[in-house]
Structure formats: structure tokens, C-alpha cells
Design a protein around this ligand. Structure first.
Ligand SMILES: Nc1ncnc2c1ncn2[C@@H]1O[C@H](COP(=O)(O)OP(=O)(O)OP(=O)(O)O)[C@@H](O)[C@H]1O
Ligand SMILES: O=C(O)c1ccc[n+]([C@@H]2O[C@H](COP(=O)([O-])O)[C@@H](O)[C@H]2O)c1
Length: 195
């Protein structure tokens, strides 16, 4: 049974913050692999400034190519939108469940809003959550503080975001070091996120 951590996101674009967390989980937890699940439409986000699915996927593909434990996934591309994680998990189990055991990877910031996710209680009943620290406002619900299915992983804190990268790139700032080199090249060649 392969233990796979699912890292859901819009990845618009994927950046070194995502990569360092995923690599940390793959190397320093009991997960064998991390799959970056590229979400066409997150339930809490607007589509504004969102690149096409295949471009976001291509950047994740480029970023993970040299790292056998990190994999891109387009499983949500053919599922109804907005993409509710509970549905994707059921779909993944149906497709790969025989020899894959799935868990979720999530930042402390997302855990604070987890009570608003569709069927979050069902998710918690059936899946382990691997939570890494993240600086964020707001409080964590008491029941999530010492939950047997929620595991803390002391990954490094990297406070950069795709929003920051898109904005600064449009302003002409050099943000190259915040992205894997191959992602930077793809983004630059394709003229993404320019004004
Ligand atoms: N620097 C970071 N360190 C750790 N986790 C991050 C970092 N940036 C984003 N994440 C988390 O990774 C997941 C996927 O990221 P996603 O692409 O959806 O967000 P983002 O980088 O914050 O993008 P945006 O700025 O466009 O909202 C989300 O759960 C998000 O909270
Ligand atoms: O299932 C839900 O209700 C749900 C609500 C919010 C977010 N998610 C998932 O969490 C991922 C990160 O969310 P976000 O909005 O922080 O980018 C996103 O890609 C979705 O797959 C899922």
C-alpha cells in the first residue's frame, strides 16, 4: 500500500513554497509520495486571473519532473465544478484505492477554515490530515486542536504566495527565485501574468 499525501491547490503558479512543503512531507513524514492536485475551481475562490487548467498543470508537471516522489494530478479536470475535495477523495479511492492510501496535506491557515468545507466531518472520519505551520489570522476550532486524525508536521514556514508572485511580476519585479527554474521559463515564454 502506497501512502500518498494529496496537496490540493490552484497553483497559479506553483512556487517554491509549495515545493518545499511537498518535499518536506515526502522526505520527513511517513508519506511515500505527494500528489499536487490541480484544482480547476476552488469553492472559495473567484476565477479572476486564473490561468487555464492545462497551463497550471503544465507548470506543476515541469516543477515535479525531477522529483520522483512528487507527482502532478489532473484528476479534478473532469469532475464537476466547483471542486469539492470530498468528491475528489471518493473518486480517487474508487480509481486507485486498491493499492493507494490517501491523506490530505493542509496548512494551519486552511485548517482554520476547514469547518466550512463540504462534508468536512466525513473527510475527517475517513482521512488523516497532515498539517504544516502557517502564519495566519483567526482561531482554530477547539475540536481540531487535538484530533486523532490531525497530524502536525514541522515543515518550514515560507511566506510567499501565488498572488504576490503574479502581482510583482506584472509590476516588473524580479520574482524568478520564487519559482522552480522550469516554471519561471514556461511562465516567461508564455507571457503569463503580464500587465
Ligand atoms: N508559501 C506557502 N507555504 C505553505 N503553504 C502555502 C504557501 N502558499 C500557498 N500555500 C498553500 O498551498 C495550497 C495550494 O496553494 P494555492 O495555489 O491554492 O494558493 P496560493 O499560493 O496561496 O495562491 P493564491 O495566492 O493565488 O491564492 C493552499 O492550501 C495554500 O494555503
Ligand atoms: O471541499 C471544499 O469544500 C473545499 C473548500 C475550500 C478549498 N478546498 C480545496 O482546498 C484547496 C486550497 O484552497 P484555497 O482556496 O486555499 O486555494 C483548493 O484547491 C480546494 O481543492 C476545498
Amino acid at each position: 500500500m502506497k501512502r500518498v499525501g494529496l496537496y490540493f491547490g490552484t497553483f497559479n503558479p506553483i512556487h517554491i513554497g509549495h515545493m518545499i512543503i511537498a518535499n518536506h512531507m515526502a522526505e520527513f513524514s511517513d508519506l511515500d509520495e505527494v500528489w499536487f492536485v490541480v484544482t480547476p475551481q476552488s469553492p472559495f475562490k473567484t476565477k479572476k486571473t486564473l490561468l487555464d487548467n492545462h497551463h497550471r498543470y503544465q507548470m506543476v508537471f515541469e516543477a515535479t519532473q525531477d522529483y520522483p516522489k512528487l507527482k502532478p494530478s489532473k484528476i479534478e479536470f473532469d469532475l464537476p465544478q466547483p471542486n469539492y475535495t470530498v468528491h475528489t477523495l471518493a473518486h480517487l479511492d474508487e480509481k486507485y484505492g486498491e493499492d493507494h492510501h490517501f491523506c490530505l496535506i493542509m496548512g494551519e491557515d486552511n485548517l482554520k477554515g476547514f469547518h466550512k468545507w463540504k462534508n468536512h466531518d466525513v473527510i475527517l472520519e475517513n482521512y488523516d490530515l497532515y498539517v504544516y505551520p502557517r502564519i495566519s489570522a483567526g482561531a482554530l476550532e477547539h475540536r481540531f486542536k487535538q484530533h486523532p486524525k490531525i497530524h502536525r508536521v514541522e515543515a518550514p514556514i515560507m511566506e510567499i504566495s501565488s498572488t504576490f508572485i503574479r502581482k510583482q511580476h506584472a509590476e516588473g519585479k524580479n520574482i524568478r527565485l520564487m519559482l522552480p527554474e522550469s516554471v519561471w521559463k514556461y511562465m516567461d515564454e508564455m507571457n503569463f501574468y503580464r500587465k
